[in-house]
Design a protein around this ligand. Structure first.
Ligand SMILES: Nc1ncnc2c1ncn2[C@@H]1O[C@H](COP(=O)(O)OP(=O)(O)O)[C@@H](O)[C@H]1O
Ligand SMILES: [Mg+2]
Length: 138
């Protein structure tokens, strides 16, 4: 599925399409350059899932857990990971197997650990305001 957003105002519509497209997939991988809008999109996805906690990039903790929904939502940022062993150490597998939503920034850093079934979301910057978002169930 291809989505085009002309401004941040288009993101809620894109987010609900993404959740619908992902269906029962709970592992969502977000690809895109620094500043593409991964965290911003995840923030809106979380809002739509009923998260009431503040959604911020878990840069230093690797994973944030958000409440406010019936089940927790997990938000990962693997940007600073220097070795996949660090993902093993923080117990990534338990989160991925929890059946709860896992929103993952910089999945490239844990390429060998990605589950078989997931939804990939690729954000390409067209210009300062607009983005091309490609969503694919794998
Ligand atoms: N879809 C979008 N359209 C226009 N601007 C955006 C969009 N998403 C994010 N931005 C802007 O880009 C900046 C960086 O976004 P961020 O979500 O932190 O990127 P990333 O997590 O990919 O590094 C933010 O200040 C935000 O205002
Ligand atoms: Mg980010």
């Amino acid at each position: 599925m291809n989505l085009h957003t002309s401004s941040i105002a288009d993101l809620p519509g894109a987010a609900s399409s993404i959740l619908k497209h992902a269906g029962t997939n709970r592992i969502l991988l977000f690809y895109g350059d620094m500043g593409a809008g991964k965290t911003t999109l995840i923030k809106i996805l979380c809002e739509q899932l009923g998260v009431i906690d503040a959604v911020t990039s878990p840069t230093f903790s690797i994973v944030n857990e958000y409440a406010g929904t019936e089940e927790p939502v997990f938000h990962f940022d693997f940007y600073r990971l220097s070795n996949p062993t660090e993902a093993l150490d923080m117990g990534y597998e338990e989160y991925f197997n929890s059946g709860n939503y896992c929103f993952i920034e910089w999945p490239e850093k844990i390429a060998s650990l990605i589950p078989h079934q997931y939804t990939s979301i690729r954000i390409a910057v067209i210009d300062e305001e607009s983005r091309q978002i490609t969503v694919e169930n794998i």
